[in-house]
Design a protein. Structure first.
Length: 318
């Protein structure tokens, strides 16, 4: 049984998949299994992934009908056997020391999760470099979730760039969402964690794509982002009231995103109305909270000039 299970959901990423899997093969930590889950890709992604299975016994592949990222990750979780689990998106890259560094951190600190910094990139030939000296620090689960929901400090609530104890995922799966499944799932994982170690060393490279889910207009499924943020606020209000301001910040961010990216049609009129009401309710609290991220404060100032100007500004300046 491998020590680490690396879960790689795959869908229509033939242009990037070889680079992704090569970065996995290049890991200095060798005791891992790669769980590749092809989510019904219509391109050659399966053939590329299968070629790695043929040449490296650590790689396993599973096929399923297209069901979404959450489902592919859940298939990976059901088939993972490692003591530790990490997620790698199939268009992203790992630093060669990603697994080794995070594994050593959890083993030497008695932590349940290790997290690395991450850097966005557009072209693998021009990967950004970090010249700052790296250091590590500890957070409790609630502290980590607080930072993630305020969206200003490490960590964030992405599934990737983290190494988890497999125990955290026992009987736990990603919420069945087509969008923002990380926000619907990872906060629970963080909240139920006693000890997290974080390194400022950037070991995960996140590819920025113009055609990614985050950069395309919202449809009905993506508009569920507001419902996910609403549910999270209600849940945390019952579990830990200290996290309410952070959850409200995430709800405010979601509300701005809804006004920004949903079409001005009758289909989205209700969700846009709800989003604007949250902005009116939360904006002054956010404006005077030193923990609120800068872009939310700017959006709040735009909102003081009315709904029409706010929508115009969001779409003009993003």
């Amino acid at each position: 049984m491998a020590e680490i299970s690396v879960i790689v959901p795959i869908y229509k990423t033939e242009a990037y998949l070889t680079d992704c899997l090569d970065s996995l093969i290049a890991q200095t930590f060798k005791d891992f299994e790669a769980i590749l889950v092809d989510d019904g890709s219509p391109d050659n992604s399966f053939e590329i992934a299968n070629s790695y299975v043929q040449k490296d016994s650590r790689f396993k592949i599973f096929q399923q009908e297209n069901s979404g990222l959450y489902s592919a990750r859940n298939t990976g979780l059901k088939n993972a056997s490692g003591e530790w689990i990490t997620f790698l998106d199939s268009d992203d890259l790992l630093d060669p020391k990603f697994l080794e560094t995070l594994y050593n951190l959890v083993c030497t600190s008695n932590s349940q999760i290790a997290i690395s910094a991450h850097i966005p990139f557009f072209n693998k030939n021009n990967l950004p470099t970090n010249t700052k000296k790296a250091h590590s620090f500890f957070l409790s689960g609630p502290q980590a979730l607080h930072n993630a929901l305020f969206q200003n400090n490490t960590p964030d609530y992405s599934a990737w760039n983290k190494l988890y104890s497999a125990d955290l995922w026992k009987n736990k799966f990603f919420e069945p969402r087509k969008f923002a499944e990380d926000l619907a799932t990872i906060p629970d994982i963080l909240l139920n964690t006693n000890r997290i170690i974080i390194t400022t060393q950037p070991l995960y490279f996140y590819r920025k794509r113009k055609d990614s889910l985050l950069n395309t207009p919202y449809n009905k499924e993506k508009a569920e982002l507001l419902e996910i943020a609403e549910t999270l606020l209600k849940k945390l209000s019952k579990k830990d009231k200290r996290l309410i301001p952070a959850a409200e910040n995430t709800l405010l961010s979601a509300s701005f995103s809804i006004l920004w990216k949903t079409p001005d049609t009758e289909e989205f009129s209700d969700v846009k109305k709800r989003a604007y009401q949250y902005i009116l309710k939360l904006r002054f609290k956010a404006l005077f909270d030193t923990r609120t991220r800068f872009r939310n404060k700017v959006a709040v100032l735009f909102s003081l000039l009315g709904r029409r100007f706010l929508i115009f500004a969001l779409r003009r300046f993003g």
